[in-house]
Design a binder for this molecule. Structure first.
Ligand code: NAD
Length: 325
């Protein structure tokens, strides 16, 4: 088990004790440097934001391993063609807790529309004036466009609907049951009408860089942008341009395109990429360290589901979470 972080250890140990499987833990992420640690094992599991190099798949196959399982939803770190070529099977954890990400997105959205970053900074520096921030907004008075109404997007849409917001959804896949709490529409219409735009799509050829200059031109003045999916979906330069011009009222980002340079590390703020420093300096931008998933329930589920699936795949069994190609 690669890229193990401290919070996972109790769940891993509990699983090993309960099932009798031997699980050896490695804190570093899976790469060409440490793939050979898997020699002699039946299955590998990892969780990382760093792409897995192609040679790792062929090396795993040479070591007699038949699968690769990741403990996360987004599988853009995998090269499916290379996995296919190496003859491996692959799995993700499609749903360890969609609510974890949806609830955190909602938290940051509410912080954004009440300008909490400005109020926290102001009160900490002795300014107790209401005017430290502009008037807030109320969620039931807003229209929210959910781009990608899958597991996470629809969980968020349902909560927003309960709070009284108008929810629009853009998704090529239609789920009739979602009609109870959202209205499907096309992207242009959603951008024209939404006060809040929130991304919950995978990172793929269609979504990579989709929030670009043209996209922001179609957005309503004073809209808020949220990204709790994958950094690559938003072009940071285009986002910054629209924050600087005042077209956007604010943004909340849990993911960034260049996050692998600094995520999971203690960083000197002055050494961060210039675009990240500019985002940090803006009092209408909320940043968080790819943490939307990080709840006790989600961590437990991602460990258990990935281990169960890794074992099943190594034994040639059918599993729901198999990534089919
Ligand atoms: P999901 O597969 O259930 O839903 C994704 C939805 O996006 C699908 O309904 C799909 O049809 C839709 N979609 C695909 N391409 C689209 C496009 N071009 N325009 C509009 N919709 C499109 O996945 P999910 O569980 O809801 O997760 C969504 C994403 O969230 C993951 O792929 C992952 O990258 C990200 N994620 C982030 C965190 C975090 O901690 N920040 C945690 C888990 C997942």
């Amino acid at each position: 088990m690669y890229a193990v972080f401290e919070d996972e250890v109790p769940y891993i140990e509990e699983f090993a004790n309960r099932t009798g499987h031997e699980i050896v833990q490695e804190t570093d992420y899976l790469s060409e440097k440490n793939v050979d640690l898997a020699a002699g094992f039946d299955a590998v599991v990892t969780q990382q934001t760093v792409n897995i190099p192609d040679m790792v798949y062929s090396r795993l196959a040479e070591l007699g391993i038949r699968q690769i399982s990741i403990r996360q939803v987004g599988y853009d770190i995998l090269n499916i063609d290379a996995i296919d070529k190496a003859g491996l099977r692959a799995s993700n954890v499609a749903a360890y807790s969609p609510r974890a990400i949806a609830e955190y997105t909602l938290t940051q959205l509410l912080n954004l529309i009440r300008d909490n970053k400005r109020y926290y900074q102001a009160t900490e520096s002795g300014n107790w004036l209401w005017s430290a921030a502009p008037q807030g907004k109320e969620i039931h008075d807003l229209t929210v466009a959910v781009i990608g109404a899958g597991r996470i997007g629809s969980a968020l849409a349902e909560m927003l609907h309960v709070l009284g917001a108008k929810v629009l959804a853009v998704d090529p896949v239609y789920h009739a049951q979602n009609e109870a709490f959202l209205d499907y529409t096309n992207l242009d219409d959603a951008l024209k009408r939404a006060d809040v735009i929130t991304f919950h799509t995978p990172l793929n050829k269609q979504t990579n860089g989709m929030a670009d200059k043209d996209f922001f031109q179609k957005v309503k003045k004073n809209a808020y942008i949220l990204n709790f999916a994958r950094g690559g979906i938003i072009q940071t330069s285009a986002l910054l341009e629209n924050l600087r011009s005042g077209k956007l009222a604010g943004a909340a980002l849990d993911v960034l395109p260049n996050e692998t340079e600094f995520m999971g590390k203690i960083q000197n703020p002055d050494k961060l990429p210039a675009d990240v420093q500019e985002l940090m300096s803006r009092d209408n931008v909320l940043l968080s360290p790819h943490v939307a998933f990080y709840t006790n329930l989600a961590v437990k589920n991602m460990v258990e589901i990935a281990l169960n699936d890794a074992i099943a795949l190594s034994q040639g069994k059918h599993i729901e979470n198999e990534i089919l190609y």
